[in-house]
Design a binder for this molecule. Structure first.
Ligand SMILES: Cc1cc2nc3c(=O)[nH]c(=O)nc-3n(C[C@H](O)[C@H](O)[C@H](O)COP(=O)(O)O)c2cc1C
Length: 238
C-alpha cells in the first residue's frame, strides 16, 4: 500500500490522521490508529489519546444516566480516554462569589478545558434538563480573564434515558438550545434518547442496555469521528 503523508506533516501541529499509514518526522513509516492524535514536536511523533469528558445531569447514586455514561466508557474502550466529571460540589452560582472562582469551579473548568469532547448524559425533569446541569453550564459559560469561556467551540454529544416514555427528548432540545447559544459545537445526529429504561435494568438496578446497546455504540463511533474531524480542522487539515 502506498504511504500517504499525514496532514500534520507540514503544519507541525496536532492533528488526527486520515490514513492508516503515515510518515513519521524521523523518517520511519508506521500505522496510525484513527482515534489517536499525532503530536509532532521536535521531530518526534508520539501518540496522544483523545479525551472525552462525560457530564451527567443526575447526582443520584444509582442514576440510570450515570450508568449509561459508564456503558459508553466501556464501549469507547481504548479508543479514547473517557472520564466522568464529578461536579456535585459545584456551588449554586452567585455573582458575589464569581471571582476568584470557588475551587470546585476551577477544577471543573480545567477538566472541560483539557477535554477534546464533552458527552452529556442527562435525565429529564419536567420536560427540561435538571437545574444542577444548568448551574454547572452557567459557571462554564463565564469567561476567565481574557480567555473565552471553556465551553466555546467544544464538540458535544447528548444522550439520555428516562423511566417513562419521554426519553429526554424535550430536555435534550433545551440543552441543544443552551449549548448552541454558548457557541459549543453540538453533534445533532445521532442523539440518543432511551425511554422505559426499567425494561433494560436487571433485578439489582443495573442498566443492561439489552435492547439499546447498538444505538449507544453507533453514537460512540459517530462522536469519536466528530471530535477527530474538529481536531483535524483546528490544526489546518481538511
Ligand atoms: C423533578 C422530577 C421531574 C421529572 N420529570 C420528568 C419528565 O418530565 N419526563 C420524564 O420522562 N421523566 C421525568 N422524571 C423522571 C426521571 O426521568 C427519572 O427519575 C430518571 O430515572 C432520573 O434519571 P437518573 O436515573 O439518571 O437519576 C422526573 C423526575 C424528577 C425528580
Amino acid at each position: 500500500m502506498r504511504l500517504r503523508r499525514c496532514s500534520a506533516w507540514a503544519s507541525g501541529k496536532e492533528t488526527t490522521c486520515d490514513t492508516l499509514y503515515v510518515n513519521f518526522l524521523d523518517g520511519r513509516e508506521g500505522v496510525c490508529s484513527k482515534s489517536h492524535i499525532l503530536c509532532l514536536e521536535r521531530g518526534q511523533c508520539s501518540l496522544k489519546r483523545i479525551k472525552i469528558l462525560a457530564i451527567v445531569g443526575s447526582l443520584r447514586q444509582g442514576s440510570y444516566n450515570r450508568q449509561l455514561a459508564m456503558l459508553a466508557k466501556e464501549i469507547v474502550g481504548d479508543r479514547a480516554d473517557f472520564e466522568i466529571l464529578e461536579h456535585a460540589d459545584v456551588p449554586l452560582l452567585n455573582q458575589d462569589y464569581e471571582w476568584p472562582p470557588p475551587e470546585p469551579v476551577k477544577r471543573v473548568r480545567e477538566a472541560v478545558k483539557s477535554a477534546d469532547g464533552l458527552w452529556f448524559f442527562t435525565p429529564e425533569y419536567n420536560h427540561y434538563f435538571p437545574g444542577v446541569l444548568k448551574n454547572l453550564i452557567d459557571w462554564l459559560s463565564l469567561p476567565v480573564g481574557k480567555e473565552p469561556p471553556v465551553i466555546v467551540k467544544k464538540p458535544c454529544a447528548i444522550s439520555g434515558t428516562t423511566i417513562g416514555m419521554h426519553a429526554t427528548a424535550c430536555a435534550q432540545d433545551h440543552l441543544v438550545t443552551l449549548l448552541s447559544y454558548l457557541d459549543a459545537d453540538v453533534m445533532n445526529k445521532p442523539r440518543l434518547t432511551i425511554p422505559y429504561i426499567l425494561e433494560q435494568v436487571d433485578s439489582e438496578g443495573r442498566v443492561t442496555l439489552s435492547k439499546s446497546r447498538k444505538y449507544l455504540e453507533r453514537q460512540a463511533d459517530a462522536f469519536l469521528e466528530f471530535v477527530e474531524k474538529r481536531i483535524e480542522c483546528a490544526s489546518g487539515g481538511k
